[in-house]
Design a binder for this molecule. Sequence first.
Ligand SMILES: [Zn+2]
Length: 110
Amino acid sequence: MFCPKCKAEYRAEISRCPDCDIALIKSLDSEPPPAPEGPALAWRGNDPVAFSRALAALREHKIQSYQIAEHDNLPYLAAFQPRYGIFVRREDVSRAEKVIREAFAGLVPD
Ligand SMILES: [Zn+2]
């Protein structure tokens, strides 16, 4: 058993670090991975008009975006074979999706 704070190793029957007074863990490697960082995909598609409309909507709402065009090498998108993708900061992704949805609302006949 290991203390995640001071990294000290203890026998298996010990469950708390006496120095730090926190619960021990089985392995120092078993800590949960940190939350994913970096851009998240907010939109993807093949329509250049929709692509620029989505971008304009994000600009209007001052959401920073990273655009991906078809000539960019992007293995993550290749599986879906879209020609365009828009990435935003991870903390913005739900707001970005909403903004894009609203930008398209009423424009596409159902
Ligand atoms: Zn400790």
